[in-house]
Design a protein around this ligand. Structure first.
Ligand SMILES: [Zn+2]
Length: 114
């Protein structure tokens, strides 16, 4: 289960892209989607996520560095399944998407076979 920070209220929740249990917030815009994707344990450890959550609660959500934002946007656009999951689908589909995601083999250069 993905640990995630709500982009809207800063609460730590499980499942990055499910509606927030506290504020019902669901990321819709590109900026919100990128922020929601960034503030998960895929990218940051738990203490960092908790700091980000505190910043969001204070009204100062973290600003992503432009290269980080570009990288995350790229990840969103190159993975339409992820994007669909992000744009608020059911939890059942979310579970399905994350399990199929983990089956996707890591892309490696062909010569790195070890
Ligand atoms: Zn929330």
């Amino acid at each position: 289960m993905t640990m995630a920070v709500c982009f809207n209220c800063g609460v730590i929740k499980f499942g990055a892209f499910v509606p927030c249990p506290e504020c019902q917030g669901v990321p819709r815009t590109e900026d919100e989607l990128v922020l929601a994707l960034a503030m998960t344990d895929h990218y940051f450890d738990q203490p960092t996520l908790e700091q980000m959550g505190a910043a969001v609660r204070d009204g100062h959500p973290p600003h992503l560095a432009p290269p980080t934002r570009a990288m995350l946007l790229e990840a969103l656009h190159s993975n339409s399944g992820l994007l669909k999951t992000l744009i608020g689908l059911s939890q059942a589909q979310d579970t399905e998407a994350s399990s199929s995601e983990s089956r996707v083999p890591t892309k490696k250069p062909w010569w790195k076979f070890w």
